[in-house]
Design a protein around this ligand. Structure first.
Ligand code: 2P0
Length: 333
């Protein structure tokens, strides 16, 4: 019997991953760049045992059904195949989020799972190898291996596509991100389905690929020179470009809801009022606002005038993956 456990924090992309060149290997069409955050994380323990005849997955204390276990089991199948492991596993995973507003993240979840498997099987992987492995579970998970800023270099094969930490002289410690949790009245399009539809059908996808390469250069320059305005403007434009591709898909779709627009407009108003801040959005209606730590309280107070306080969560830069004492983690059962 082998046991391992890990904690991984979620990350939010400032330059988005949007589209795959290889769906099986999860190789992206473009490189991306993210900030790992402290406010949302997942702790996962994995126990491989010959007592089981199928994987058993507990999420936040609830035993998951076969459909809910599929993504985890597919990842474990990969591990079993790659490392010649015959056993099934019991997986216990807990998402630590400040509210119950659907903020569970595949980035933190699959990164923690990869770390727990690596610990359980004593694989002695380097951070780069762990990033490659986490990528096979969920693309964005490869960036959560590292704290602070990380860049997922797209590569063109299983061993050339992984994240690296971006040197920043700890500049990320001066930044914060305010999450605006927005109700979603629409039917969800998963990020996996959304990016696939966009790559295959969007008349704007070529434009995205051209723009994102330049945006990445600008974002890295901004980090190197600690230029908050350049980083914020680049991230906001990049998010809008990603979301523009969904309107050019067949059938068209959008992740925006009326309250997403309200939050975006409030960010623009805050800038005019003298609070430098910039928004980004992912495959859902929530809006995330990049701000300097020194302005975070003012920004939060301004948003509290227009949104409920329980819709607002302030996050700061977070650490990379941590391997946990597996005995401790098993007490979450
Ligand atoms: C990102 N997103 O860079 C982008 C921006 C959503 C929008 O990575 O199919 O859950 O498992 O590789 O990592 C969400 O996609 O997708 C994502 P898969 P994943 O953060």
């Amino acid at each position: 019997m082998s046991i391992g456990a890990a904690r991984a924090y979620t990350n939010i992309a400032l330059i988005k991953y949007w589209g795959k060149q290889d769906e099986q290997l999860i190789l992206p069409m473009n490189s991306s760049l993210s900030l790992t955050l402290d406010a949302f994380y997942t702790e996962t323990s994995v126990r491989f045992t010959s007592e089981l005849t199928a994987d058993r997955f507990y999420l936040d204390g609830q035993l998951q059904n076969e459909k809910q276990t599929k993504k985890v089991s597919s990842f474990l199948d990969l591990i079993r195949h790659k490392y010649d492991v015959p056993q099934f596993a019991e997986i216990t995973s807990n998402n630590f989020v400040p509210t119950a507003a659907g903020l569970a993240s595949s980035a933190s979840g699959l990164a923690a799972l990869a770390g727990a498997c690596s610990a359980a099987l004593d694989l002695s992987l380097s951070p780069t190898e762990l990033s490659m492995l986490a990528r096979r579970g969920s693309g964005s998970a490869c960036r959560s291996i590292f704290g602070g800023f990380s860049e997922w270099q797209k590569g063109d094969s299983d061993t050339t596509s992984y994240a690296v930490q971006i040197p920043s002289d700890s500049w990320e410690q001066e930044l914060a991100m305010l999450f605006i949790l927005v109700d979603d009245a629409q039917k969800d399009v998963s990020s996996r389905d959304g990016m696939k539809r966009t790559v295959e059908t969007s008349v704007f996808y070529e434009g995205w690929l051209t723009a994102v390469a330049d945006d990445l250069v600008s974002a890295k320059q901004a980090i190197a020179t600690k230029d908050f305005t350049l980083l914020g403007e680049t991230a906001e434009s990049n998010a809008l470009r990603m979301h523009a591709t969904t309107l050019g898909a067949t059938p068209p779709f959008t992740y925006w809801s009326p309250d997403s627009l309200k939050a975006m407009n409030l960010v623009r108003a805050c800038r005019l009022e003298g609070i430098p801040c910039y928004f980004t959005m992912d495959a859902g209606p929530n809006v995330k606002v990049l701000v300097q730590k020194k302005d975070a309280d003012r920004l939060t107070a301004r948003f509290a005038e227009e949104f409920n306080e329980n819709q607002l969560v302030l996050a700061h830069a977070g650490p990379g993956i941590e391997i946990l004492d597996s005995e401790r983690s098993l007490t979450y059962d």
